[in-house]
Design a protein. Structure first.
Length: 367
C-alpha cells in the first residue's frame, strides 16, 4: 500500500507510450449543477448536473531528442502543416475527411516504496487539445504546456510501469540552442523587422530574453436530442466528440528583448504601421533551436502574423536594462511545431486567375 504519491511514483502515458520529461501533471473535474425549485417548500432538494468536464494539464521540459506533443503530419508543405487539416487537429467530429484529433491520456501510479509495482491506472479517453504553450527563457530549459479536455475518467488502464534508468534520448533545449536569424532560406530563426532592427548591433544579436507562444482552441457541440452522445457507451465513449466542432483558434507570440536602440519607424494613425499593405498581415515568425546535432526543433507561426502591442520598461538608476516586449497574433491557423534536419521555408499557397482582358492575377489560397 502506497503511503503517498510524488514525482517518482507517477507517470504519464499518451496513446500507450510514456511521455518523457514531464515536470507536472494536474487534473480538474467539474460539473455544473442547477438547483430546481419546487413550490410550497424552501429547500431545493433536486439538482440537475450538466455534462462532466475533466481537464488535464501537463508541463514538460523540451528535449532535443523528442518530438513536440503535437506535431504536424507533413510540416514541409502548407497543406500538410495546416492546423485544422485531416491528420492534424481536425475541424469537426462528424467529417471523415477532417476528424478531430483525440488522445488517450493515462496516469500510472506506483508504490512509493517499490516503483516497480503498479498501484493504479487512470484513463482519460478521447481527449481534445484546448491549449499548447511554449516558453523559451534565458534562465532555464524550454517548456511545453498542454491542456486537454474530456468527459470521462476510467479507473483501470493498460499502461505498464515506466522503465527506470536508461537514457531519455537527448538534452534539454536551453538558451544556447537558439539559432539567431541569418537571412531568408537559412536554417535559422525569423523574426519581424521592427523587432530585429532594435536588438541587433555590430557586436551581437543575442539580446532576446524570453519567447512565449500559445495556441488556444475553443469547441462547440451540436445538441443531440434526448442524449449525451457517448453516454450509453459507459467506459468507452468513442462518440462523445461526434458533434463537436472548432469555433475559434487563438494564436499569440510575445518576444521580450534587451533593446539597443529605440523603435526605428514612426507609429501614426493609419492601418499600415506594421504591415506593407492593409489589411494583409505579413510578419513572419519562425523559431529554430538546435544542439549542434542533426535535428532542429522548430515552431513555425507562418508569414501572416500582425503586431498587437509594444511595451518598454527598465533602464532605471538601479542599473537595469531597457527591455521591450512585442506581441503578435495570427488568425490564419498557422501553428506548426516539428523536429527535422532542416528548417522548412513554407510558402503560402497561391492560385492564378485569368481576367477578362487576358491578364492574370495571383491570389493567396485560404483554407
Amino acid at each position: 500500500m502506497a503511503k503517498r504519491i510524488f514525482y517518482a511514483c507517477q507517470g504519464v502515458f499518451i496513446d500507450g507510450s510514456e511521455l518523457k520529461n514531464v515536470q507536472s501533471v494536474g487534473v480538474n473535474y467539474s460539473a455544473e449543477a442547477e438547483s430546481v425549485s419546487d413550490q410550497g417548500r424552501q429547500q431545493q432538494f433536486r439538482s440537475l448536473y450538466a455534462k462532466p468536464e475533466v481537464e488535464i494539464t501537463i508541463e514538460r521540459n523540451l528535449n532535443h531528442g523528442f518530438a513536440p506533443f503535437y506535431a504536424a503530419t507533413t510540416p514541409s508543405t502548407y497543406a500538410g502543416g495546416f492546423l485544422l487539416a485531416d491528420g492534424n487537429l481536425g475541424m469537426c467530429g462528424w467529417d471523415g475527411g477532417s476528424n478531430l484529433k483525440e488522445y488517450k491520456v493515462e496516469l500510472v501510479y506506483m508504490d512509493d516504496q517499490d516503483t516497480s509495482t503498479r498501484v493504479a491506472n487512470i484513463q482519460y479517453k478521447y481527449c481534445l487539445i484546448t491549449n499548447i504553450s511554449y516558453s523559451f527563457q534565458v534562465g532555464g530549459p524550454a517548456t511545453e504546456s498542454i491542456t486537454l479536455k474530456t468527459h470521462n475518467l476510467v479507473r483501470e488502464g493498460t499502461a505498464t510501469v515506466p522503465v527506470t534508468g536508461g537514457t531519455d534520448g537527448g538534452t534539454n533545449i536551453k538558451r544556447q540552442a537558439y539559432v539567431k536569424p541569418a537571412g531568408a532560406g537559412t536554417n535559422s530563426t525569423v523574426i519581424p523587422t521592427e523587432l530585429s532592427s532594435i536588438i541587433t548591433n555590430d557586436e551581437h544579436s543575442g539580446l532576446i530574453q524570453s519567447i512565449e507562444a500559445s495556441l488556444d482552441i475553443s469547441y462547440e457541440e451540436l445538441s443531440d436530442q434526448g442524449a449525451w452522445r457517448g453516454a450509453n457507451q459507459t467506459t468507452n465513449p468513442s462518440e462523445q466528440n461526434k458533434w463537436k466542432y472548432v469555433t475559434d483558434v487563438d494564436i499569440e507570440a510575445s518576444i521580450t528583448a534587451n533593446l539597443t536602440k529605440s523603435i526605428q519607424q514612426d507609429i501614426l494613425m493609419k492601418d499600415t504601421n506594421f504591415m506593407a499593405t492593409f489589411p494583409k498581415p505579413d510578419r513572419e515568425i519562425k523559431l529554430a533551436f538546435t544542439n549542434g546535432g542533426s535535428n532542429f526543433f522548430v515552431l513555425d507561426l507562418g508569414k501572416r502574423n500582425y503586431l498587437t502591442s509594444i511595451s518598454w520598461s527598465g533602464g532605471d538608476t538601479g542599473g537595469g536594462n531597457v527591455t521591450g516586449a512585442f506581441t503578435y497574433k495570427n488568425d490564419m491557423k498557422e501553428f506548426v511545431p516539428y523536429v527535422h534536419s532542416a528548417v522548412y521555408n513554407i510558402a503560402v499557397p497561391t492560385t492564378v486567375v485569368t481576367n477578362p482582358d487576358g491578364s492574370e492575377t495571383t491570389f493567396n489560397v485560404y483554407y
